[in-house]
Design a protein. Structure first.
Length: 169
């Protein structure tokens, strides 16, 4: 498996992975019409137009020429980890950890030290990963996901070095 920076040619595959991941993870909390009918075009448009700055990091996991996961993070203080998605067939193989390690490495190299993300509060699998990697819960806030209000937990890292250390242990 290869972890690398995404290229423009990866955008539609990222959109497909993003859509499939939402369909799998959020089936119980988002409307079927959104997941089955409107989400794919929304994600295709989002990723076609998503600006990626020179210090942002969109990383992909590639296996045998196909993408099996991606992480998208935006530079700032703190860094915002916007997305981490792994294909259902590729889960529990450390891909998410490797993508987060690459993210931490990227931002540490440009002098960033802190990061945060929001995770759907009912996504216990993702939440457990973030806590195992040293993330600290910092409250619940409602987020509007295309018309459905969903509780999200804020997870913070005061030290990206800890995230890198735990993700590579």
């Amino acid at each position: 498996m290869n972890i690398r920076l995404a290229a423009d040619a990866d955008r539609m595959e990222i959109a497909r992975l993003h859509t499939e991941s939402w369909r799998d993870a959020y089936r119980a909390i988002l409307p079927a019409a959104l997941l089955d009918e409107t989400l794919a075009p929304i994600m295709a448009e989002r990723w076609a137009d998503q600006p990626i700055g020179p210090s942002d990091a969109v990383l992909v996991a590639e296996e045998g020429g196909a993408l099996s996961g991606f992480a998208a993070s935006w530079d700032g203080d703190p860094v915002y980890i916007d997305n981490l998605h792994v294909a259902a067939a590729a889960r529990s193989r450390g891909i998410g950890r490797r993508l987060l390690a690459g993210t931490a490495r990227h931002f540490l190299a440009i002098g960033r030290r802190k990061a945060l993300l929001h995770v759907v509060a009912s996504n216990s699998r993702a939440r457990a990963l973030y806590l195992a990697l040293g993330g600290r819960p910092d409250g619940i806030e409602d987020k509007n996901l295309y018309g459905t209000v969903v509780p999200n937990e804020r997870i913070e890292w005061d030290d990206l070095g800890l995230l890198l250390e735990r993700a590579t242990a």
